[in-house]
Design a protein around this ligand. Structure first.
Ligand SMILES: [Zn+2]
Ligand SMILES: [Zn+2]
Length: 252
């Protein structure tokens, strides 16, 4: 848990935020220091501040709030390794999905080429950044002949809570993993629409239309004692469908 530095909150319904004070309190008790960034609707800060006054133990942990844009796609965070953006969903209140995109890593040095050309250590960093190799006699060896492509980048999209929303397809197209809510089974499509949620069939249709590689469904209504029928009907449309359980890990 100590590795958590950023928290992304799609919307301010209780099932998505009531765990937050407990989580912050636990992080502080475990000795986390520095900054904790929370990306959420601007109202969250107001909701949290009253409670935070009673958390004396968090003095070494500074919570910083970053308001989301619910009108259009927006960049939320970026560093050398990852880009995180938000995109509007359609729910009873303002709600955002999130797209996590790993950025390309450096080129890999081709070990055989390194020994063939006796590449000095001093030039290796420049080469992984794309520079050509210049030999002692002035010969230029193009970068592509001495490097191998970077690792493939991975991406993850998180969509909850929302109606089935076709306009997000271009945003999430081709991601390695899509988490999409499936509050109801396919036979309750009318109720899903009325409550601004999706069915497992719609989640699968979204995964298929957006050509994602793997789908994880969750946010199941408590009416379902077993969610296997929801997973099974989704798999008819999109075979690579899995159910989400707390603590699960999905390898990309
Ligand atoms: Zn909700
Ligand atoms: Zn919810």
């Amino acid at each position: 848990m100590g590795k958590i530095n950023h928290i992304f909150i799609s919307h301010l319904h209780g099932d998505h935020i009531y765990g937050l004070p407990g989580l912050i309190s636990s992080l502080a008790l475990y000795g986390k220091k520095g900054e904790l960034h929370i990306h959420a609707h601007s109202d969250l800060q107001q909701m949290m501040e009253g409670m935070m006054k009673f958390m004396n133990e968090i003095t070494d942990l500074k919570v910083k709030y970053h308001p989301l844009n619910f009108q259009r796609n927006a960049l939320v965070f970026e560093d050398k390794k990852i880009r995180i953006s938000s995109f509007p969903l359609k729910h009873r209140i303002s709600c955002c999905g999130f797209l996590f995109q790993e950025l390309p890593t450096q080129l890999h040095l081709d070990k055989q080429a390194l020994s063939r050309y006796e590449v000095p250590v001093s030039q290796r960093l420049n080469i992984t950044n794309g520079a050509d190799l210049i030999l002692a006699d002035g010969t230029v060896i193009p970068n592509s002949q001495i490097t191998l492509p970077p690792n493939p980048t991975r991406s993850y999209a998180f969509c909850t809570d929302t109606l089935f929303l076709k306009k997000i397809v271009p945003t999430i197209e081709g991601v390695d993993l899509l988490y999409h809510e499936a509050t109801f089974a396919g036979d309750l499509a009318v109720l899903a629409k009325k409550t601004f949620h999706s069915t497992s069939v719609q989640a699968a249709e979204m995964a298929k239309t957006a050509k994602v590689k793997k789908l994880v469904i969750g946010h199941f209504s408590s009416r379902y004692k077993s969610v296997l029928p929801l997973v099974e009907e989704a798999r008819v449309i999109f075979p690579e469908t899995y159910e989400a359980n707390d603590g699960d890990c999905f390898e990309l």
